[in-house]
Design a protein around this ligand. Structure first.
Ligand SMILES: [Zn+2]
Length: 357
């Protein structure tokens, strides 16, 4: 399986985040991606290639121009305004009935964020931009017949909305790839200036198996029927991102029936998880997609500091093998996973299980 990876993520390394009432070491460390890459290399999963640069057009097809402009320039503007060099840290949020867009950078930081985890440090834009390019490169190769590809994206993306960062996410890599596959059809990425206005030509399924609900991905496609969004995750009544992810959320308008959530209890074990996974896969098969985009997080692992599922390492090859049963051209996009010691093995497990069926 083709692996797309870029060193640009190394430039994104915020040191601290506000977590459980304290300033703690930032969880999304550069070593996360380095560990996964080393494990994939060691396991011989496939050739590793750098991303192509497709520019901003496929990003702007999903994210709002003002938000993208903010991400590009926030750090420099923050520092120029006297902000600390460690990164942009929002402290005010326009929740309920407060919605005006302010001019001041420190206030924009809250305007474009829904939590305190998406810290914009000096190299964050570069990292986020190339993570999206990794996802697009993987999608492009799969569209051109590669069968399957894995984009080692960091920062992750599935929590990012059209104009909101959060959950360590800035640009929604998986959604950008899915949207490109859905709307670009046979149009080359190089010549698709009008991509945003292309009518949908392909049926896509997004399958989010990160421990956390993919609130950004759901929101981006909530009113669309061409991109099915299916997610298995910790019940938002007890787990982040709390404010989306219920089973009652099924889409709206044209998208009714094209969002499917499987919120699960704490303590889920391998066999029960695989049962739910098979249900989700049956739903995906009924959509008859041309392409599958998997948001691959392994924070479902028993040892993960964020999750409360109890999956063992043995679950991951089984998950990969079940997904392979769909027999679809598949783009895997790296999302979460914070049990550093087992992170590489678990990601490799899914991809190897997929390849060996
Ligand atoms: Zn997660």
């Amino acid at each position: 399986m083709l692996i797309v990876s870029s060193d640009h993520h190394l430039q994104h390394h915020p040191e601290l985040e506000f977590f459980e009432g304290e300033l703690k070491r930032y969880h999304d460390t550069p070593e996360r991606a380095s560990i996964v890459l080393a494990a994939l290399r060691e396991a011989g999963v496939g050739p590793i290639i750098p991303p192509q640069d497709y520019g901003l057009t496929p990003i702007l097809a999903l994210h709002s121009p003002d938000y993208v402009d903010y991400l590009q320039h926030a750090y420099q503007r923050w520092v120029a305004d006297g902000g600390i060099a460690a990164g942009v840290y929002p402290d005010s949020f326009p929740v309920r009935r407060m919605s005006r867009r302010p001019a001041k950078l420190s206030a924009l930081a809250g305007f474009y964020a829904f939590d305190l985890t998406a810290i914009i440090a000096a190299g964050t834009w570069e990292a986020a931009y190339y993570a999206a390019q990794c996802a697009l490169t993987a999608a492009h190769r799969v569209r051109d017949g590669a069968g399957a590809a894995f984009a080692l994206c960091r920062p992750p993306g599935h929590h990012a909305h059209a104009d909101l960062c959060g959950g360590y996410c800035f640009l929604n890599n998986a959604a950008i790839a899915a949207n490109w596959l859905a709307s670009a059809g046979s149009v080359s990425l190089k010549e698709d200036a009008a991509l945003a206005s292309h009518p949908p030509t392909q049926r896509i399924a997004m399958f989010d198996i990160d421990f956390h609900h993919g609130n950004g991905s759901q929101d981006l496609f909530y009113e669309r029927s061409d991109v099915l969004f299916v997610s298995i995750h910790g019940d938002p009544d007890r787990q982040y991102p709390y404010y989306l992810g219920a089973a009652t959320e099924t889409g709206s308008g044209e998208g009714v029936g094209y969002t499917v959530n499987y919120p699960l209890d704490a303590g889920i074990t391998d066999d029960r998880y695989l049962q739910v996974l098979r249900l989700a896969i049956e739903r995906i098969a009924r959509h008859q997609p041309e392409f599958l985009v998997v948001s691959l997080g392994v924070d479902t692992f028993a040892g993960d500091p964020f999750g409360d599922f109890q999956l063992t390492a043995a679950a991951y090859p089984r998950i990969g093998a079940e997904i392979a049963q769909l027999n679809l051209p598949t783009v895997f996009i790296m999302e979460g996973g914070y049990a550093i010691e087992q992170l590489g093995r678990n990601v490799a497990g899914v991809l190897i299980g997929f390849q060996t069926k």
